[in-house]
Structures are given as C-alpha cells and as structure tokens.
Design a protein around this ligand. Structure first.
Ligand code: 6PG
Length: 225
C-alpha cells in the first residue's frame, strides 16, 4: 500500500491520526475509552499528555490500575523518575486504583523480575501509552538491545550508554498482549524516526510494536509534509 502523500510504501501498523495538538487528542481518546488498567510512559510528550488529562473533569479512574511501561531505576523522588513525573502532573491530583511502582527492588534485575510477575498476574494491560524517541526507541526498548529479542518475559531490566539510568521496560510480548496501544509523537525532531517507522524500518524498535489495536497520535511537525 503506497502512502498517498509520498508514494512511499507504508507499513505503519495501526491507525494514524495527524493532529494539531497531541496532548488534546490523547485526552479525548483516553476520556472516551474504558480500560481496567493503563501503562504510562515517560518523557516530555507524555508529561504534556498527563497534564491535559489532569484537567479533564470527565476522567473517571477510580478503578483503573496504573502501571509504568518503562521506568528508570531511580527513586520516585528523582527528577528522572517516570512515576515521579506522572504523580506530579496527574496521579496525585486524581483518584485511581492501585498504582504499581516499577523501580522497586535491590537491583534493576530484581525489580524487573518482580514487575514481570506482577504484569503476568494482572494480565493484559488495557491501554499502553508509548512515546517515540529520536532514535526510534519506545518504552525503554532501545535500538540493538537484547531486550528486543525477549519472547519469554513481560518485563526486563535493560539500558545502554546512550540513555540515562538502568531501566525496567515492558517487552514486545507485554505490549502485544494489550488491546490498545497509543503512541503520542510531537515535534519536528521526531520526523525522521516517525518516517522510518512508517517505512517499516525494523532497526527502529517502535516499528516492531504490534498489538490488537495501535493508534498513532502524531502532530504535523512530526508527521512531515
Ligand atoms: C522514557 C520514555 C521514552 C519516551 C520517549 C519520548 O522513559 O524515556 O518512556 O520511551 O517516551 O523517549 O520522549 P519525549 O516525549 O521526551 O521525546
């Protein structure tokens, strides 16, 4: 199937929605969807999305279980903690179901093993929110990482010398089990990575994400002409 805009072969998995405001589009999608659990993401785009959600009076999350699709192995109080960000801008301002921290354990491997047990016990996460890095990573699935080939675990410890901190991350099987994955991508700096994902460049971890339903919320700067 060729892309009507560029005549390049398109193999983007899922639905592409090019929008003016990714955070507003995320808020609309999330507040009109019901899910028993959600895996939150990290980064500045996710932060903008969660700020938009915090102001949504219609948000009813009293029974929603909250997890983290990836986390830095730092205390929640650390400025780089994904959970710390989500609590500051959203979770501490609303009522939710259980919030399951990911960076809990003596070592990243111990924390990942514990989270793997939890994710297996909880079953498929109702909505997994993902971002896109400029290098095509998503969650903490980094290019060339052994974590990309893990098929028998839902959560692993990972990291590389290009991204800060050791990480805990969902694996492809954990994400693929979800009924709904929502990517949010904003900014011209993501254009090359998103174009690569659209081409199906499998060297980009985000291009290999599969799930029952994948929705891409991408702004005009990231989507390109
Ligand atoms: C992380 C994130 C990561 C993020 C992307 C996009 O822990 O760093 O989960 O996958 O979503 O890097 O981040 P930005 O929105 O800040 O570009």
């Amino acid at each position: 199937m060729a892309d009507t805009l560029t005549d390049e072969p398109v193999s983007l998995t899922g639905e592409l929605r090019v929008v003016d405001d990714v955070a507003a589009a995320f808020r609309t999608l999330v507040t009109t969807t019901r899910f028993p659990s959600i895996a939150l993401s990290g980064g500045s785009t996710a932060e903008a999305c969660y700020r938009a959600l915090a102001d949504a009076p219609e948000l009813e999350w009293r029974s929603v279980v909250v997890l983290f699709g990836d986390e830095r192995f730092v205390p929640v109080e650390h400025e780089d903690s994904n959970e710390g960000m989500a609590r500051r801008v959203l979770l501490d301002r609303i009522e939710t179901g259980a919030i399951h921290s990911a960076a809990v354990g003596a070592t990243p491997r111990a924390a990942a093993a514990a989270y793997d047990r939890l994710v297996r016990a909880l079953g498929p996460v109702g909505l997994v929110h993902l971002g896109l890095g400029e290098d095509g990573h998503t969650a903490s699935l980094f290019p060339g990482s052994p974590a990309l080939e893990v098929a028998d675990r839902m959560v692993v410890a990972t990291g590389d010398d290009r991204h800060p901190h050791r990480r805990i991350t969902f694996t492809y099987p954990a994400i693929a089990a979800s009924p709904l994955v929502v990517f949010t991508v904003a900014g011209a700096e993501k254009r090359a990575a998103f174009a690569g994902v659209r081409r199906g460049d499998r060297s980009l971890p985000a291009a290999r994400i599969r799930a029952e339903r994948v929705v891409w919320l991408v702004d005009h700067d990231a989507a390109g002409p």
